[in-house]
Design a protein around this ligand. Structure first.
Ligand SMILES: [Zn+2]
Ligand SMILES: [Zn+2]
Length: 295
C-alpha cells in the first residue's frame, strides 16, 4: 500500500483519518499532533524543568525521544528523566531507563520503594497477596515521583500515557458513575508538581510504532502482578467499539475536556500530612497504604 501523501510504501493505516502513511509521514503526523497537544494545553513554558517519568518501557522511551529531540534547541527548557524502582524482580530494571537517558543525553535520577518506604512490591505481595498491590503500588509510586520531581525543581512531570489510556480512564469514570472525577478541573496545588501527557492524542499502537522506529525494540515485559479487571474490560470494549467507530477514543478525550471544571469544584487545596510531611488532598492515602501493608 502506498502512502497517501507521497509514493513511498505505507507503514500504517490510520482508520480515524483514512490515511495510509509512510514512515516519514507517520513520524511527522505523531509529532505534529503531540506538539499541538502541548500548545493547546500550554504545557511547556520558558524556564520550565520537565521531569520525564521514565520506566524504560516503550511509551516512556518514545516520550524521552520526542521531548529530547524536538526541544533540544530550546535553551530555556530543562529535562530530567526520573525512574522509580518499585522493587519487582524480573520486571523493573532501572538500568534500561538509565541507558536510554544516557543515549539521549538527558540527566537521570532514580529512587526506590526500598529506600523510601523500607519495603518493595515483591515483599508486599509476599506478605499481603497481589489482589490490591496494583492500587497500592500506584499510590506509593505517585507520591515518590512527586517528591523526587519537586525536590529536583521540576515544574511539570511528563507521562507517556496514550490516547487509549486516557479514553479508558474517562470510560471507567463513566461506568463507575464517578461525577466528581469527570467534572474535576486540574488546578495547581501547593507541593504537587503538575502532570502533563503529551501523547494523549496519539493512539497506543502509534506510540508503540513511533517507539519502535525511533528508539528501537525494547524488552517490554508486563508487570507480573498487574490486575485491573475493570481497565481490562474497558480496553476490550473500547477496542471492539472503535473498530466500527474509529473516532470514539477522541470523542472520550473531548468529553473529558468539556466536562473538566463543570462540577461543584471540590476544594482542591492540599494539606501537609502530619505523618509523612508530604502534601495531600484530604487524608493521606500513602500513609494509609503504608499502615495497611505493614500491619
Ligand atoms: Zn509519505
Ligand atoms: Zn502521609
Amino acid at each position: 500500500m502506498q502512502c497517501s501523501k507521497c509514493r513511498r510504501e505505507a507503514v500504517i493505516f490510520q482508520r480515524y483519518s483514512g490515511l495510509h502513511l509512510c514512515e516519514r509521514h507517520f513520524l511527522a503526523s505523531v509529532e505534529a499532533r503531540t506538539k499541538r497537544t502541548i500548545r493547546t494545553h500550554g504545557w511547556m513554558k520558558p524556564a520550565d524543568t520537565i521531569g520525564i517519568a521514565l520506566s524504560g518501557g516503550k511509551d516512556s522511551a518514545a516520550l524521552l525521544h520526542f521531548l529530547s529531540t524536538n526541544f533540544s534547541k530550546r535553551r530555556d527548557l530543562d529535562f530530567l528523566a526520573i525512574t522509580i524502582d518499585e522493587g519487582i524482580g524480573g520486571y523493573r530494571d532501572v538500568s534500561q531507563a538509565e541507558e536510554l537517558a544516557r543515549r539521549y543525553d538527558v540527566p537521570w535520577t532514580t529512587a526506590s520503594f526500598a529506600g523510601e518506604y523500607a519495603t518493595t512490591i515483591d515483599d508486599i505481595v509476599l506478605r499481603k497477596g497481589d489482589r490490591r498491590s496494583c492500587s497500592w503500588c500506584g499510590v506509593l509510586r505517585r507520591r515518590l515521583l512527586n517528591r523526587v520531581a519537586r525536590e529536583a525543581g521540576c515544574t511539570k512531570v511528563a507521562f507517556g500515557f496514550t490516547l487509549d489510556d486516557e479514553a479508558q480512564s474517562v470510560m471507567m469514570n463513566v461506568l463507575r458513575g464517578d461525577t466528581e472525577r469527570l467534572t474535576m478541573a486540574p488546578k495547581p496545588a501547593e507541593g504537587m508538581v503538575p502532570r502533563i501527557r503529551p501523547f494523549e492524542a496519539v493512539p497506543e499502537r502509534e506510540v508503540a510504532l513511533y517507539s519502535h522506529i525511533t528508539v528501537g525494540l525494547l524488552p517490554d515485559r508486563g508487570c507480573p502482578y498487574a490486575h485491573n479487571a475493570l481497565r481490562g474490560d474497558v480496553r476490550r470494549l473500547l477496542d471492539d467499539y472503535s473498530w466500527l467507530h474509529p473516532s470514539t477514543k477522541y470523542a472520550l478525550l473531548g468529553l473529558r475536556d468539556d466536562l473538566a471544571g463543570c462540577g461543584e469544584g471540590s476544594a482542591m487545596t492540599t494539606v501537609i500530612c502530619s505523618e509523612c510531611g508530604e502534601p495531600t488532598f484530604g487524608p493521606c492515602r500513602s500513609c494509609a497504604v503504608l499502615k495497611e501493608v505493614n500491619k
